[in-house]
Design a protein around this ligand. Structure first.
Ligand code: 5GP
Length: 298
């Protein structure tokens, strides 16, 4: 007689498939935290909102070691200090444990606090391949009231690019002249290749006329704008997940292992700079991300 306590084979197979999928999802979430695609606080919020989800099923030990710079030794000291048992799962934390863990995370890795005052000068930056250009183009289409700044660059136009519309295509001498004349709000060499810069004149004119201005520039440029115009609203565009960013960066798999490793390292470093920004926007859907960025203007 079959043992009634043993589930039939089909159920066991389905359960084991579910367990594998849940483990894979937990691994992806840990990677997102490790690469700073989501904050540990965000993962904890998801776990508490859905204790049955893969986030909720994550052990507090796994959670802590996913956070950059927390190894096993530090993890055990933290759990000891916070008086949380190492067998606890995030979804099963009691209210005192949630509170002390959140307080610990906020002190260690503060999340951006939205600024009291928004600016009409909005800078959109983010890691390479996150889709800044697509989001900026969507804003240009949907919000004609917002001026999308047209940069100067020393690179050659790509097919379909129009001088004065996508970029001002200039040679090195003209770029040097603009820098020397103080005509650029910021400028940088991007990807160790060509120079790019934001013309100051059109921005000043648009701001004086009461318009919102959007700059879609790289991280070095965003830092320069912060220094030159401390009131500017700096927005960091995030990928929906680390795996998704990897897909976008090396999706076609046509590059060498060395180039692939270099791109991933750069992406990791770029993601780590999000703490310098005022707002984080996830590019999970271009239209949604574009309307969120547009709504962050004054
Ligand atoms: P692409 O050559 O593919 O159009 O742009 C390459 C990179 O240059 C993108 O990351 C874009 O954000 C950045 N970029 C475009 N214009 C500017 C600019 O005026 N200043 C800076 N710092 N970066 C820019």
């Amino acid at each position: 007689m079959p043992d009634s306590r043993t589930p039939p084979d089909v159920d066991r197979a389905a359960a084991s498939r579910r367990a594998v999928a849940a483990r894979r999802e937990r691994a992806a979430l840990k990677k997102d935290v490790a690469m700073r695609v989501i904050s540990p606080q965000e993962l904890l919020r998801r776990a508490l909102a859905h204790p049955e989800s893969p986030a909720g099923a994550m052990r507090v030990t796994e959670f802590l070691t996913a956070i950059p710079a927390i190894g096993e030794g530090k993890r055990d000291r933290i759990l000891h200090d916070l008086e949380i048992s190492s067998v606890k799962r995030l979804g099963g934390l009691g209210s005192r444990q949630r509170a002390v863990l959140t307080e610990f995370l906020d002190a260690r890795l503060p999340e951006p606090t939205p600024r009291a005052k928004r600016s009409r000068l909005v800078v959109l930056a983010g890691p390479t391949a996150v889709g800044k250009g697509t989001v900026a183009a969507e804003i240009k289409d949907r919000h004609p009231e917002i001026l999308l700044s047209v940069s100067a660059t020393t690179r050659q136009p790509r097919p379909g690019e129009v001088d004065g519309e996508h970029y001002f295509f200039v040679d090195d001498a003209e770029f040097d002249r603009r820098v020397a004349a103080g005509e650029l709000l910021e400028h940088a060499t991007v990807h160790n290749a060509y120079r790019y810069g934001t013309p100051r004149g059109p921005i000043d004119d648009a701001l004086s006329a009461g318009r919102t201005v959007l700059l879609e520039i790289d991280l070095q440029g965003a830092r320069q704008v912060r220094a030159a115009a401390p009131d500017a609203s700096l927005v960091f565009l995030l990928p929906p997940s680390w795996d998704e960013l990897v897909q976008r960066l090396v999706g076609r798999g046509t590059e060498s292992d060395e180039e692939r490793a270099r791109r991933l390292k750069t992406a990791k470093r770029e993601l780590a700079s999000q703490a310098e920004f005022d707002y984080l926007v996830v590019n999970d859907d271009v239209a949604r991300a574009a309307s969120e960025v547009a709504s962050l203007a004054d």
